[in-house]
Design a protein around this ligand. Structure first.
Ligand SMILES: *[C@@H]1O[C@H](CO)[C@@H](O)[C@H](O)[C@H]1NC(C)=O
Length: 311
């Protein structure tokens, strides 16, 4: 009977195939340069954090010498297999000599990079809002429910968080003009809380106020590592009926790697003072109406029941 169950599970697996949701994350890796990425403990933790996700956008990568990405790829190659991840780095972005990159790690077997651009920060009414302009990407997904998805990462400057979050609305308009896409995920360290965005200001922020945008992580969250702070800095916001309908309920969260990896606060802070934020999309879900099991699945369930002698 145990064997029959195993057989049934094996037979069913392909029918439920594609059932693993797509996990997308963003992580402020706090001044991640070559020296930091060369530390074994840090690199191992970063590798495990990236490997959780099909697409992960690192922020605050300070990689003047181009060492960070090769070090992380090497770590990933040895843990999850060579070639599992590909990367895409933005140019260095920032107003002065201090510049950061956004770096995407993605599994080409799960998401195909189609196009990208650095947002041209020259809106006639709001020129030069962003210190680190969003590095926008278009991914093709193996899904009839959601064939394409746009990602808009942002690492906002704390003192300008409100204006930068608001201006993501302009980025959304640009994405729609350029690619005709409505399904957009905004993610990253928006510095969206505590002293940087007062609760009374949310009503003025278009990305928060306007109907197409759904904030998956609430204002009472905490994406900071330090026990002494409680701030919902890092966020995930989804626009588009299709992508919104595919969000796995309860999957949007700050990933507490202190707890998951069994680290002390000090060990965790060596990696970052932020937690990554992530969300899962159920790509195989039909995007309208409830799920109906395919007839072949019903047949097999019936067959399985008959084999087990069930009525
Ligand atoms: C993360 O986990 C640690 C260890 O279990 C805990 O002390 C801390 O409060 C958690 N932080 C958040 C933001 O959940």
């Amino acid at each position: 009977m145990g064997r029959t169950l195993l057989l049934a599970a094996l037979l069913l697996a392909p029918l439920l195939g594609g059932a693993t949701p797509l996990r997308i994350g963003a992580f402020n890796a706090q001044r991640l340069g070559g020296g930091k990425a060369a530390r074994d403990d840090v690199r191992e933790a970063l590798g495990r954090i990236i490997a959780r996700c099909d697409i992960m956008v690192l922020q605050e990568v300070l990689d003047a010498k181009g060492q960070v990405v090769p070090l992380l790829l090497k770590a990933l190659d040895s843990t999850v297999g060579p070639g599992t991840y590909q990367t895409l780095s933005s140019p260095p972005l920032g107003r002065g000599s201090y510049q950061e990159r956004y770096v995407y790690f993605y599994r080409p077997g799960r998401a195909q990079l189609r196009d990208w651009f650095v947002y041209e920060d020259a809106h006639p009414e709001r020129p030069d809002v962003f210190a680190r302009e969003p590095f926008v990407t278009l991914f093709g997904l193996p899904s009839t429910a959601l064939p394409e998805l746009v990602l808009v990462p942002l690492h906002a400057v704390p003192g300008a968080a409100e204006a930068e979050i608001d201006a993501l609305h302009d980025v959304y308009e640009r994405v729609r003009e350029r690619w005709g896409q409505q399904d957009v995920l905004f993610l990253g360290d928006f510095n969206a809380g505590c002293s940087y965005v007062a609760a009374s200001r949310w009503g003025q922020i278009r990305l928060r106020r306007d109907p197409p945008f759904h904030w998956l992580l609430g204002d009472d969250g905490d994406s900071t590592v330090r026990a002494s702070t409680r701030c919902p800095y890092d966020r995930v916001v989804v626009a588009g009926e299709r992508s919104q309908s595919l969000v796995v309920p309860g999957s949007a969260r700050a990933f507490n790697f202190t707890a998951r990896f069994g680290l002390t606060e000090e060990q965790a802070l060596a990696v970052s003072d932020h937690y990554p934020v992530e969300v899962e999309l159920a790509l195989d879900r039909a995007w309208r109406g409830p799920w109906h099991p395919p007839p072949a699945l019903l047949l097999l369930l019936g067959l399985g029941g008959a084999l087990l002698g069930l009525p």
